[in-house]
Every structure is written in structure tokens, then in C-alpha cells.
Design a protein around this ligand. Structure first.
Ligand code: SF4
Length: 141
């Protein structure tokens, strides 16, 4: 029999907030899958960490982040930067994101407070950069 931890519901992390913060939701899952009502997250996510790790920044913060990045991109483009990266660079960036604690599979989003971006878009553009330096803006050699 499939275990809850092996389902896409659990693996996608799309429901982590409900699972860690909504006791009724968690009780329903526990009942359905035969788990203890307060089962631990198999990925170690707690009620405290889920707020930081998986929630997106507030909309106003994301708007500010986007404006800052757009300004940065405009300056980089005026300075001769490429607009887009080669596919191989985009793949490398996405691999780094997928391995990052701030990555949210649902929508391929970065949940870092200085970001919130859709990563399949962000990683495509050369002037973009990771808010914690895991990847940097692209410049053609
Ligand atoms: S942009 Fe940086 S912080 Fe955000 S998910 Fe990617 S690697 Fe992590």
C-alpha cells in the first residue's frame, strides 16, 4: 500500500502549510493514511520552519523585489548584458534552485523573502541573480 510520504501531495510540498499549521487538515490526512494525529513531517518541516521555508513573501514585498530586479536588469542591459541565457545555463540555474530549501515545486517558485519569482522565467534572463548568491547574473565570455 502506498504511504502518504510517497504521494505527490506530500512530495510536491504544495500542502505543507496546511499539514503543519492546520490541525484539522492534518487530522484528516492522519485518519486517511493511518498515521498518528500529530505525525512528524518526513522532510523535517515544522510549524515554525514552514512559514519561512515555503510561504511566498507578501505581495507588496514581491512587487518591490520585482521593481528592484527590473531596475537592475535595465541597467545591466544598458551596459551591454545579454537578455537571455543559453539553455544549458538555465538548466544549471534551475538545478541549483530545485536543490535549494527555498524552492517550492508548486509553480516553480522561490520563497526567499527577497524573491518570490517564478523560476522558469527568472532563470531565463541573463541579468537575474539568486538573492543568496547560489547563481549570479550571466555574462557572455
Ligand atoms: S533563486 Fe536562489 S534562493 Fe531562490 S530557490 Fe533558487 S537558489 Fe534558492
Amino acid at each position: 500500500m502506498e504511504r502518504f510520504v510517497e504521494t505527490e501531495h506530500c512530495k510536491s510540498r504544495a500542502h505543507c502549510r496546511s499539514c503543519r499549521l492546520d490541525s484539522k487538515w492534518r487530522a484528516g490526512i492522519a485518519d486517511h493514511w493511518g498515521l498518528e494525529p500529530d505525525f512528524d513531517c518526513p522532510y523535517g518541516i515544522t510549524a515554525e520552519s514552514v512559514k519561512e521555508v515555503l510561504s511566498l513573501p507578501p505581495l507588496t514585498k514581491m512587487a518591490g523585489n520585482l521593481a528592484r530586479e527590473a531596475f537592475h536588469a535595465a541597467r545591466a542591459l544598458a551596459g551591454g548584458s545579454e537578455l537571455c541565457v543559453p539553455d544549458s545555463v538555465m538548466d544549471e540555474r534551475l538545478d541549483l534552485c530545485r536543490a535549494c530549501d527555498y524552492f517550492r515545486e508548486e509553480g516553480n517558485r522561490c520563497t526567499h523573502t527577497k524573491c518570490g519569482c517564478f523560476l522558469k522565467i527568472k532563470t531565463h534572463y541573463a541579468p537575474m541573480r539568486c538573492p543568496i548568491g547560489k547563481w549570479v547574473e550571466y555574462r557572455k565570455e
